[in-house]
Design a protein around this ligand. Structure first.
Ligand SMILES: Cc1cc2nc3c(=O)[nH]c(=O)nc-3n(C[C@H](O)[C@H](O)[C@H](O)COP(=O)(O)OP(=O)(O)OC[C@H]3O[C@@H](n4cnc5c(N)ncnc54)[C@H](O)[C@@H]3O)c2cc1C
Ligand code: FES
Ligand code: FES
Length: 483
């Protein structure tokens, strides 16, 4: 395995920057992109509001070389460790204007009075820039989605949405378009041989492999290293819990883990695929997953977060987890010399624990294609529709035969210490006619099947009631009217 030592390189706006962590002891491998930028006098545009991915004041845009074209994504810089942008272009608010002429998104914010106190404005503008680079004449839904991760407490969103509509109606001919070939060349010159970036400082070791083979070798060699994929969960251990992560294995740029393919039987999803890419792939093929991803975090979060990370966090309120149980998904686990495929329902073993071995990695999720007369639906109930954690979530599937339940899976998040099936309720419904009377009786069983927590999000009784009502909703959405 060849390695590049202690140095990362990226393009900051339009210049290649090298960061040597041993020559700059004030920078750590886990210094966030936000804190790195704000350490310069001329990069104070990016703001810290929450340091946990909720406000978007720290939004920046990252451009990646995608086979000779740049693809742009807005991210929260407070959640991104510096080596994660190795080999990418980092675009900040300071570089949007072209020789003193405002970028169209900036100009339209001025034209529509899109700013009052201005604290959120650089982040909002970067989200609009990401929108501008990805969509021509976006509809209202797309614009709102692009702004979900940006909190503005004083302007209100109407003027910002108007600015977005006007800016994105122009043809993309900004300076970034004009200089695309030059940036692609600069990016392709960084780390051409795909060698692992290895940073060893007196207090931290950071490994960033770019191939699956190197990743599996490093996983075995450093079993205690904190594994990160998008880091949208793990970064909070540092920014909020003030934990010091002394050894990190960063798999965010392993291209072999970023795929969505299908064969006759299954959809196969690489563990490193971001949830935003998965949202796009799933829109027609896996509609229940797509529905859940539409209200998952924000665009900035989905541009970082991966399916492997959602599963790996094993959170009782991880939104894809109940659904993967309902889909009867399998998880692929690989080590340097083995691989196994296990039912996802057996993978989570307890509160945030899984069956993964010290030298293994989740490399893929396989979702079987649905059999005839099978319906899979997803539900998320939270205090706010957008950018909120589930109070209760559900992934349900039912297979019907002659109006009777041939198979049913009712998997819930937020009801126990891990995503869990309502086994008694399922048992009651098996082989019964799929009728409202039976669904209502099943609701009564469900009300007693779980003893969920009461916490800041809701009381235990509310959670039980929501779970039962979701079952009725599922029945209503999958039954023949009148039964
Ligand atoms: C503002 C905000 C909003 C959020 N909203 C939601 C939401 O709506 N719904 C929701 O479910 N979650 C949400 N999350 C949590 C988080 O974004 C998701 O769990 C996300 O999918 C984690 O993916 P990641 O790649 O960023 O994981 P990481 O932070 O990189 O990793 C998370 C865990 O998984 C492990 N892991 C990662 N990849 C692998 C792998 N390939 N093999 C084995 N283990 C692995 C890591 O070691 C770590 O323990 C939110 C987080 C934030 C900050
Ligand atoms: S500072 Fe709030 S999202 Fe980053
Ligand atoms: S302009 Fe004040 S928070 Fe948005």
């Amino acid at each position: 395995m060849s390695s590049q030592h202690d140095i990362i390189q990226f393009v900051l706006n339009d210049k290649v920057v090298s960061v040597d962590f041993n020559a700059n002891p004030e920078l750590k491998p886990t210094t966030t992109v936000l804190n790195y930028l704000r350490s310069f006098p001329f990069h104070k545009g990016v703001k810290e509001g929450c340091a946990e991915g909720d406000c978007g004041a720290c939004s920046v845009v990252i451009a990646e070389n995608n086979e000779g074209k740049l693809s742009y994504k807005t991210i929260d810089s407070c959640l991104v460790f510096l080596p994660m942008i190795h080999g990418k272009q980092l675009i900040t608010i300071e570089n949007l204007a072209d020789s003193g002429k405002l970028h169209p998104v900036q100009q339209e914010m001025v034209n529509h009075n899109g700013s009052q106190c201005g604290y959120c404005t650089p982040g909002v503008v970067m989200s609009l820039f990401g929108l501008y680079k990805n969509h021509h004449n976006p509809d209202r839904e797309v614009i709102e989605d692009a702004l979900t991760g940006n909190l503005c407490r004083c302007t209100g969103y109407q003027s910002i949405i108007k600015a977005a509509e006007h800016a994105c109606s122009c043809v993309d001919a900004d300076k970034f378009k004009l200089h695309e070939a030059k940036i692609v060349t600069l990016l392709s010159e960084i780390n051409q041989d795909k060698s692992t970036v290895e940073i060893n400082t007196p207090t931290q070791n950071y490994y960033k492999p770019l191939t699956l083979q190197d990743t599996l070798a490093l996983r075995r060699k450093y079993p205690l290293a904190t594994l990160i994929s998008g880091a949208s969960d793990t970064a909070l251990r540092q920014t909020k819990k003030r934990e010091f992560l002394n050894e990190i294995l960063d798999i965010s740029d392993v291209a072999e883990l970023k795929y969505f393919v299908e064969d006759e039987k299954d959809f196969k999803i690489g563990a490193g695929l971001t949830l935003e890419r998965l949202k796009l792939h799933s829109s027609e093929k896996l509609p229940a997953l797509n529905k859940m991803l539409q209200i998952f975090g924000s665009l900035q979060i989905r541009n970082l977060a991966t399916i492997g990370g959602n599963i790996g966090s094993a959170s009782p309120i991880g939104d894809t987890l109940p659904l993967l149980i309902a889909y009867k998904a399998k998880v692929k686990l690989q080590s340097a010399d083995s691989e196994r495929l296990m039912p996802f329902s057996d993978f989570i073993t307890g509160y945030r624990t899984t069956d993964i071995r010290y030298d293994e990695l989740i490399t893929a999720v396989h979702i079987p294609k649905l059999q005839a007369d099978t319906f899979v639906h997803s539900y998320k109930v939270s205090k706010r529709k957008d950018l909120d954690i589930s109070t209760v979530s559900g992934g349900f599937s039912v297979q019907l035969e002659d109006g009777h339940v041939k198979e049913i899976i009712l998997a819930f998040g937020g009801m126990a210490d891990q995503p869990k099936r309502a086994a008694e309720t399922e048992h009651y419904l098996m082989w019964k006619p799929w009728t409202r009377a039976n669904a209502e009786h099943a609701m009564k069983i469900l009300l007693h099947e779980f003893t969920p927590l009461s916490d800041a999000r809701s009381g235990s009784e509310y959670r039980k009631l929501v779970a039962a009502n979701l079952l009725l909703k599922f029945y209503a959405e999958t039954s023949t009217p009148g039964l």
